[in-house]
Ligand binder design. Sequence first.
Ligand code: BGP
Length: 466
Amino acid sequence: MIYKNPKGFPKNFLWGAATSAYQFEGAHLEDGKTMSIMDASIDLKYTDTSVASDHYHRFKEDIRLMNELGLKAYRFSISWPRILPMGRGKINKKGIDFYRQLVAELKDNGIEPLITIYHFDLPLCLQKEYGGWLSRKVIEDFSYYCKVLFKNFGNDVKYWFTINEQSNMFLLPHLMVFNDKIPIEKQKYSMNHIMTLAHARAIEIFREMVPNGKIGPALGISPNYPASCKPEDVEAAKIADDFNTYLFTDLYFRGCYRENVLKYMEENDIVPMIEKGDMELIGSAKPDFLGVNYYQSKAVRYARENIQNPTSSEIIPGLYKVVDNPYLDKTKWGWEIDPIGLRILLNNLNDRYHLPIIITENGIGDIETLTIDERVHDEYRINFLKKHLEQCNLAVNDGVNLFGYCIWSFMDLLSTSSGFNKRYGLVYVNRNDRDLKDLKRIKKDSFYWYKEIIDSNGKSLENLLK
Ligand code: BGP
């Protein structure tokens, strides 16, 4: 539905951009920081996190660019092993100092800091000691880490995200570390339960320590369409949403497991250990908002029980399997580009939970090189962002309480799957996977475009869309 007299974006809308520590900072073993599981990941070809975009050494220059862009908000994550090199116990003062300077510099430039507490980078020592997210011991260590952050930054930072993309053990299992002696499916549901408890504890502690702050999860969501109007496919799409989205959001916002997911776990003997008090804790932690990372939608059809070797996370035999959507273009990495899917998703989430929503990540990765006159003409990015923002605006008109939008990413950084070969930034970083070059920052065409959008609080979209 298109409105005849649409309203614009809300006043004080948080026009933002995002990054994460291991993808952006570099200095992975500097000033007391130890390795995280992402620094040590052997499964990911491109995770040489030692320099990344060198933000650790250039954050002042980077914030000057954010200021020039006119950013209202900047979402970044804190590196747990930079704050607590042993995962717990002794605090690394240099780590605290770095983020303190970062927050102060952002605020001096009128930019609202949005902190993600956990973005994939568990201290490696905790992985080695007790298996990381597979052990309930991590809940206590995560709670301690949260207390350190809230104590040091709670007065200065209003918006917090607990865990980025909790769904990763299901959707991107290569980002997790599994124990090869326990069936993987069992571990995934177990880790999910433990992460949900850690998220809930973080909120409980936050309420005591940061009474005026706001906190919520940031979830990666790809909504599912039925590949046809065959009732089996429609049902399959609903189930795919249950397993890939509502499993998590119902735990966060309703404090319970979805019945059908619970039955599936029982029938497959993969129910996590749910101890006395767990569901009470999960139910009592009420987030203030939901962060949504949106890149693509999926089309699914019903999948037979007897599919051979269902290796991909995109198939659950007997339930659904992901198929091509012939109506959508794809990125070079096969991600289906679907701006309207974002509007549909925002409306579904709003109807279901009635909570404020912020887009914590949205963007497009591509292979990019500089022109001779040192420019990057990224019209495809402008086009992608423009179309997604238009749908955000329509969602606002539909009644969704959308209070911010963060582009992934502010500047080129290490793509989790493809290093610097896949760039997302509004600002180019002059390096590639083989050669660090001079790491010079160069504004892409999309930088100037986004600046106009921010300056006009989204009004320039109307002109640009004609
Ligand atoms: C999200 C992550 C980000 C980022 C992004 C793009 O899942 O939260 O950290 O990596 O996806 O993914 P990729 O770099 O694999 O293209």
